[in-house]
Design a protein. Structure first.
Length: 431
């Protein structure tokens, strides 16, 4: 390649553009936005329309198209696979992407090669009186086959909660499920997926223990795990408080996570791309179990890898897309530990006194080793923020690097205090 590579990023945003530029070898790359996040994720997704818009941009480009990449979930992950095949860029197959994203199909594939997964089954949303699967016991989670950021995922402990959650999922599942059926129509599905479709509800027994995320890639026939992170919840909550890198789990446990990840991704047929898998580890039983598989690395973790290893994890995605060696640097960053904190509000309300970009920059300058993204806009109802989990509202993401957990916590607390976000519950919307 005797020209600067042209890399089209589906859903490119400003924060991740900075991270992409920090990847190894990125100084010679020209990044181009291919559709906006708003086009891709607001409202009900229309995949054929998005494909046409993407083709219009790509066909009108005066130069070679060297790579098409993305670091978000559906529809971006599937667009990367479809466009990669159409324009001859490196990408894993559409089938392998869907085997990750369709939670029911993913479970069917997992059970063929590992035992580390919860009891699961389908819930018939069209039944007059939907029932839990026969061998799935309370407490359990109900979730659509496809969703963003735990949207429409509910933990239920009895039949009353089960029925209430089924009603909520019935009401909202079409937003992503209906367009996902377009993707399923592009594939030759196995007999076990006959009639399942994209608007299916999954029931899974609740996993116990601590949550952990595994990030890796496949390259030249070998699956490599380059990072393992701990996911820590708010007390008595299923909502994330922070992701922390590197993991504090014992090395034998981490090795089992690597081995299970490799077996599953080989079974799925994953090729030449990054992935992330969320697990639970139960210290009481020493058991691990897969929560879900994501057909992309996590852009949420980019800053953490930069703080600890010296480059963001976007490095692996970019290197694979350009046919380069994807190996990450190891512990070359300025900090021993890093965390992404989720500053949340657990009731609806209107946010006030949102800091300006200049004010955020001054906070970041005053507290070394932090970066802050405020999620809502001034005077916005928290319930209008898209892609939230079912139990809380993200109001800020705070990235911290430090020598130990105490320093990470101190920096987080200092940032929360400096933000001075105010919430007015008196104007909160009621159901």
């Amino acid at each position: 390649m005797n020209h600067p590579p042209n890399v089209f990023v589906v859903g490119l945003d400003d924060a991740n553009l900075s991270a992409l530029h920090a990847a190894c070898g990125a100084e010679e790359v020209r990044f181009h936005r291919l559709l906006t996040i708003q086009e891709l994720q607001d409202g009900e997704v229309a995949v054929p329309d998005l494909l046409e818009r993407a083709r219009y941009v790509l066909n009108g480009f005066d130069g070679p198209i060297d790579a098409i990449v993305g670091y978000w979930d559906f529809p971006i992950s599937t667009l990367v696979a479809l466009l990669g095949k159409e324009y001859g860029t490196r990408a894993t197959s559409l089938e392998s992407v869907v085997k990750c994203e369709h939670k029911y199909w993913s479970r069917l594939e997992q059970q063929k090669v590992v035992t580390e997964y919860p009891r699961f089954g389908r819930v018939d949303l069209e039944a007059t009186d939907p029932q839990p699967p026969d061998d799935v016991r309370f407490p359990m989670w109900l979730k659509p086959a496809l969703s963003y950021s735990s949207e429409l995922a509910y933990g239920v402990g009895d039949m009353a909660e089960f029925r209430a959650s089924v009603d909520l999922i019935r009401e909202g599942i079409h937003r992503v499920g209906r367009p996902f059926e377009y993707i399923l129509d592009q594939l030759e599905l196995p007999q076990e997926m006959g009639g399942v479709g994209g608007q299916v509800c999954l029931a899974e027994e609740t996993l116990k223990g601590v949550q952990v995320a595994v990030e890796g890639y496949e390259h030249n026939g070998e699956v490599t795990v380059y990072g393992i992170l701990d996911s820590i919840n708010y007390p008595e909550s299923t909502s994330f408080l922070r992701h922390q890198y590197p993991s504090a789990l014992p090395e034998p446990v981490q090795q089992r996570l690597r081995e299970v990840s490799a077996r599953v991704m080989r079974r799925i047929g994953w090729k030449g791309a990054t992935f992330s898998i969320e697990f639970f580890y139960d210290p009481a039983t020493d058991e691990i179990a897969i929560l879900e598989i994501n057909p992309r690395h996590s852009q949420s973790h980019a800053e953490l890898f930069a703080y600890v290893d010296g480059v963001p994890n976007h490095h692996c995605m970019l290197a694979l897309a350009l046919g380069r060696e994807p190996a990450m640097p190891f512990r070359r960053g300025p900090y021993a530990l890093a965390a992404k904190w989720y500053y949340r509000w657990f009731t609806d309300g209107v946010v006030h006194e949102v800091p300006s970009p200049g004010e955020l920059a001054r906070i970041e300058e005053a507290i070394p080793g932090v970066r802050i993204d405020v999620v809502p806009d001034e005077a916005q109802h928290l319930s209008d923020i898209g892609q939230q989990d079912s139990y809380s509202y993200e109001v800020a993401h705070i990235f911290t690097g430090g020598a130990d957990e105490h320093e990470l916590r101190e920096k987080y607390d200092s940032c929360v205090a400096a933000l001075r976000l105010a919430f007015d519950p008196t104007n909160a919307r009621t159901a």
